[in-house]
Design a binder for this molecule. Structure first.
Ligand code: MF3
Ligand code: CO
Ligand code: CO
Length: 290
């Protein structure tokens, strides 16, 4: 690419004033293939306009999560929450990304107790005292995605359930703290996994976080276990989720054969998950949806 050409990131700026120094910094690095160190593809580097668009999707997504969490009370069905969130997102000019995504039948995911993720909301699933549930919402706005989830505790829950919910949130936070520009994606999983294992929990490995932007799920796959200094190089402009799924029992999961979606712990132990969409900045990270 010539120095006076428009930059490959689509900013409209000249390459020499945009990503030239960035590319040179990557070119100077030695990638250790034995550690699976890989260069991030250009197509997952977001420019300032992309970031601003995802930030806007994130504002609606966060408000949708606020609404869903406020509704999660004993006696309320997960189907009612789904309907209210659907209408809210649409009223803001967005689209609830899960609806019809690879055939998913509802607008959001609500995963109760031993459901790890991809729980399908239903009028028949009534939240009751002592339940823990993950509410996972993704919003598309002007072609850009923002994805986040939170746990809710319904009424008074057992100390065991409360600890799982707390430690899982800490796993996500530690993973995000470990995400630094010019360091490695493996640092994120290493931090999440260590904290889960120290607390006697297991980490789901069949599913993970993901790049997010103009696609719902794109590179990189974000494991929640791993080794430091391995995997993809993290560089400013990358956007991905950190969304550890932590089980009180074993890590093994099953997919419901009847609906093709609901992921449960194989041993029916409790599972928790928290998710944020984050941006790698020049100096650290910025949360775009939580
Ligand atoms: N929001 C989920 C994630 O964190 C994906 C849900 S896909 C669906 O990646 F089809 F189940 F909705
Ligand atoms: Co996600
Ligand atoms: Co999600």
């Amino acid at each position: 690419m010539h120095r006076n050409d428009p930059c490959w990131c689509g900013s409209g700026k000249k390459y020499k004033k945009c990503h030239e120094a960035f590319d040179q910094r990557i070119d100077e690095l030695k990638f250790d293939v034995f550690k699976g160190q890989v260069r991030p593809p250009k197509k997952i580097i977001n420019n300032a306009a992309d970031v601003e668009a995802i930030r806007k999707a994130g504002v609606i997504n966060d408000a949708a999560l606020d609404l869903a969490v406020s509704m999660a009370k004993p006696g309320v069905s997960t189907g009612e929450i789904d309907k209210a969130v659907h209408d809210f997102i649409v009223s803001k000019g967005g689209y609830p990304s899960c609806l019809n995504y690879e055939g998913f039948p509802k607008s959001i995911c609500i995963s109760v107790n031993d459901v790890v993720c991809h729980g399908i909301p239903s009028k028949k699933t009534i939240l009751s005292e002592g339940d823990i549930a993950n509410i996972d919402i993704t919003t598309t706005l002007d072609g850009y995605y923002a994805d986040a989830s939170r746990m809710v505790m319904i009424g008074k829950v057992s100390p065991e359930a409360e600890k799982l919910v707390r430690v899982t949130k800490e796993c996500m936070e530690l993973g995000i703290e470990a995400a630094r520009p010019w360091h490695w994606l493996g640092d994120v999983g290493a931090a999440c996994g260590a904290h889960a294992h120290e607390n006697g929990y297991s980490v789901v490995t069949d599913l993970g976080g993901h790049g997010v932007g103009k696609d719902f799920h794109q590179e990189p796959f974000v494991p929640h276990v791993g080794k430091t200094n391995t995997g993809m190089l993290l560089v400013p402009g990358m956007i991905f989720t950190v969304e550890p799924m932590i089980n009180a029992g074993r890590y093994n999961v099953t997919v419901d054969e009847a609906d093709g979606w609901t992921v449960r712990t194989k041993d029916h132990s409790l599972s928790a998950q928290w998710e944020k969409t984050i941006l790698i900045t020049e100096t650290g990270t910025e949360v775009l949806s939580s």
